[in-house]
Design a protein around this ligand. Structure first.
Ligand SMILES: C[S@@+](CC[C@H](N)C(=O)[O-])C[C@H]1O[C@@H](n2cnc3c(N)ncnc32)[C@H](O)[C@@H]1O
Length: 259
């Protein structure tokens, strides 16, 4: 008897942001194979009798190589298990979900995909930043701030430096100084508002607002602990800053006033 693999988006952190379909799939699984970005709050909904396998990866450090994860999923499905492959956010946004689904399909293993709320949406909602907004942002772009094998960033800087577009930078903490500098060099105003969100949608969420030219310094000073997402663009002026329980709008900083 053949099992199957369900690639499930765990959302950005708050378990209430799991879709109903994701929660049902987790409840029905024989085994859950999960990533580092799936927080304890989400793991806590896995039924006590369900097997769990942690294949968490960290930037620059891969405890379980991708090929081994693929083989593990194939092996479990061949044993007849219903496997939930639980990934932070959405499996198909900077999540390598497609690589896994291709590997499974190649071996004739049934694979289903359940989308999740990506970090951009979760963090934006938490910070009350609309990713698009009439008069402020007519488009939004999700980009990675980290290249495979730590290669130099090779982004379309000219295209990205568009004041009418909201930029959402995933995995950008280590390179935010370079990202901000290159955007400014390519014409994005230095006073463009930005917000950094750490551990968005969890009880540990922290947010810092800054102008683009101050963003790297502000993020460093914040000493973030956990995944960080940057939202850069005029819409970020609408963000609510949060250090612990202390809320203040970003508009109290220089040049943060919405036109
Ligand atoms: C490998 S990517 C995975 C993205 C995920 N598939 C998604 O759709 O959100 C990891 C990056 O997502 C961002 N991220 C994920 N969860 C986050 C959260 N709760 N708060 C802030 N950033 C988050 C961070 O930029 C982190 O470095």
């Amino acid at each position: 008897m053949r099992g199957k693999v369900v690639l499930v988006g765990a959302g950005p952190g708050d378990p209430d942001l799991l879709t109903v379909k994701a929660a049902r799939a987790i409840a029905a699984a024989d085994v859950v194979v999960y990533d580092r970005l799936v927080p304890a709050e989400v793991l806590s909904i896995i039924p006590a009798g369900t097997a769990r396998i942690d294949v968490g990866k960290q930037a620059g450090h891969h405890p379980v190589p991708q090929e081994e994860i693929n083989s593990l999923l194939i092996r479990l499905a061949r044993l007849g298990r219903t496997v939930v492959r639980l990934k932070g956010g959405d499996p198909f946004i900077f999540g390598r979900g497609c690589e896994e689904s291709i590997a499974l399909e190649r071996e004739g293993i049934a694979c289903e995909v359940i989308p999740g709320i990506t970090a951009a949406q979760g963090c934006a909602a938490s910070a009350r930043v609309p990713l698009t907004h009439r008069g402020l942002a007519s488009s939004v772009r999700y980009l990675t701030g980290h290249c495979r094998a730590d290669l130099p960033l090779n982004l379309d800087w000219k295209g990205l430096a568009d004041p009418d577009t909201t930029l959402v930078v995933y995995m950008g903490l280590a390179n935010i100084e370079e990202i901000a500098r290159r955007l400014i060099e390519h014409g994005l105003p230095a006073d463009t508002p930005a917000v950094a969100v750490c551990q968005g949608t969890t009880p540990r969420e922290r947010r810092v607002c800054a102008r683009l030219d101050d963003l790297a310094k502000a993020a460093k000073t914040a000493g973030f602990d956990g995944p960080v997402l940057f939202i850069i663009g005029q819409v970020a002026a609408l963000a609510v800053q949060r250090h612990g329980l202390d809320d203040a709008t970003c508009n109290d900083d220089r040049a943060m006033v919405v036109a």
